[in-house]
Design a protein around this ligand. Structure first.
Ligand SMILES: Cc1cc2nc3c(=O)[nH]c(=O)nc-3n(C[C@H](O)[C@H](O)[C@H](O)COP(=O)(O)OP(=O)(O)OC[C@H]3O[C@@H](n4cnc5c(N)ncnc54)[C@H](O)[C@@H]3O)c2cc1C
Length: 419
């Protein structure tokens, strides 16, 4: 084959692809990272208005890869999470569930935040800056994969620019609409939630004290996520406001005063006066979960393998755990002198990740179905359920440790160690 040879070709330089390329290159794999967008465009201020809740264990991985040092000052710790049901008037039910980060502490540990809220543009910029410093990775962008050939011996990518890239293994980090999964004949369970997430930043009178709030409204969850104060010291939260797909366009089209009224009613007055600032973005919500994560010399990571509802703020955290597990099995294979694209190596990754991903796919799907309605008996049952869990400290602790990513067979990077 003519063309450049790499150990790993990562297709897609979103949050998952860039993290995988960085982790793999730092572990010693010659890596190519390909994206159809110019990478500078991915870091433009206000690129998509999004923030991400980085779980405690994902933060340990970022620290191990040297990315966290740049992010720390821009990240807001999540200390508590408060979950409540609310009706059409936006008023929360008196029955609620409150998680405190101190509950997760095991003997000999000190309390740590459950996670951090970070603006996606800062995450992208920090990852790309580390990648630029890393000699074992080549950034190939803007360019696009037009054709992939894979056999038992190698993989070959034909790019739009005419360049050809050879690799032992191709990782599709193309996101939920990636083409490689389908081209490889891997099916998926996929459906639309008929919901749209309206995303914006809100300023409020009083500080949030690191409390993330999730209010379950009839149209879907309304998440208020604590952000760092703005440059003028204004108190800010990131909002992920889920609405029925037929209603969201009408809300988005409202003029500023009427939008403010609809927004403030849902937000509530617990933080004093509140107002949305800056643009509003919107994202259609759906689920996709690949039937298999691996094929001959091909591996799926992040949303290319599983795109879930943002109800629990865990979609990217699953991808981070995929990446930690994948890099560990590849490096183990390399150290033993094995072919990193061999099917038994890839199968180890798939088995490691399947149960964790499936559990989160099922949990987020169930939660969204259970809470995104206003059917009275269901509402009563779920309110009682929230209040019941709230009264049982070991159950609360179990959920907090799950949200922090502390449960299960954790790869080394997730424990903050090098693979
Ligand atoms: C409203 C909302 C809120 C969320 N909040 C959270 C949260 O708080 N916490 C959390 O953990 N997760 C959250 N998520 C989920 C998280 O945003 C996603 O899991 C994550 O961004 C997916 O990243 P990715 O890199 O897999 O895919 P993408 O971001 O889709 O990136 C894919 C990249 O691949 C490139 N590409 C695709 N095909 C090709 C090709 N053939 N050739 C070259 N390039 C290609 C694209 O240009 C793109 O840059 C949220 C999601 C939504 C919608």
């Amino acid at each position: 084959m003519d063309g450049d040879r790499f150990d790993l070709a990562v297709v897609g330089a979103g949050l998952n692809g860039s993290l995988l390329a960085l982790a793999a290159a730092q572990a010693g794999l010659d890596t190519a990272l390909i994206d159809r967008q110019a990478l500078g465009a991915l870091t433009n201020a206000g690129f998509d208005g999004r923030t991400t809740a980085i779980a405690y264990t994902s933060q340990r991985l970022f620290a191990a890869l040297g990315v966290w040092a740049e992010l720390e000052a821009k990240a807001e710790p999540i200390l508590d999470i408060r979950i409540s049901d609310a009706g059409h008037d936006g008023k929360p039910s008196p029955l609620f569930l409150h998680f405190d980060h101190r509950e997760a502490v095991a003997a000999g540990e000190t309390a740590a935040p459950m996670g951090w809220i970070v603006e996606n543009r800062f995450l992208r910029a920090a990852l790309l800056r580390r990648l630029a410093d890393c000699r074992q990775v080549e950034l190939v962008a803007p360019d696009e994969v037009l054709e992939t050939r894979r056999d038992d011996h190698r993989a070959e990518l034909a790019l739009k620019s005419g360049r050809r890239i050879g690799a032992r293994l191709v990782a599709s980090a193309e996101g939920r609409f990636g083409a490689m999964r389908e081209e490889a004949g891997i099916g998926a369970r996929a459906w639309s939630y008929e919901q749209i997430a309206i995303v914006l930043v809100a300023c409020h009178e009083r500080p949030h004290h690191g409390v993330a709030q999730e209010k379950f409204l009839p149209g879907g969850p309304f998440a208020i996520l604590p952000m760092r104060d703005g440059e003028a010291g204004e108190h800010r939260s990131s909002i992920v406001w889920t609405e029925r797909a037929d209603l969201a366009p009408r809300l988005l089209a409202l003029d500023a005063p009427r939008f403010q009224a609809e927004f403030a009613r849902r937000f509530g007055d617990h933080l004093g006066r509140v107002a949305p600032v800056g643009p509003r973005w919107w994202y259609p919500l759906g689920l996709v979960h690949a039937d298999r994560y691996v094929e001959t010399r091909l591996v799926l990571v992040g949303d290319a393998a599983h795109g879930i509802h943002p109800i629990a703020g865990q979609g990217y955290n699953l991808g981070v755990r995929d990446i930690a597990a994948l890099v560990e099995v590849l490096i183990d294979g390399k150290r033993l002198g094995l072919d990193i694209g061999a099917s038994d190596t890839l199968e180890r990754y798939a088995q490691w990740r399947r149960a964790d991903n499936l559990a989160m796919v099922a949990a987020t799907d169930l939660l969204n179905r259970l809470f995104s309605n206003d059917i009275k008996p269901i509402r009563l049952a779920r309110d009682l359920g929230l209040a019941a869990v709230n009264r049982v400290p070991p159950l609360r602790r179990f959920f907090v440790r799950h949200a922090m990513g502390l449960v299960g067979d954790l790869p080394k990077l997730i424990r903050g160690e090098r693979p």
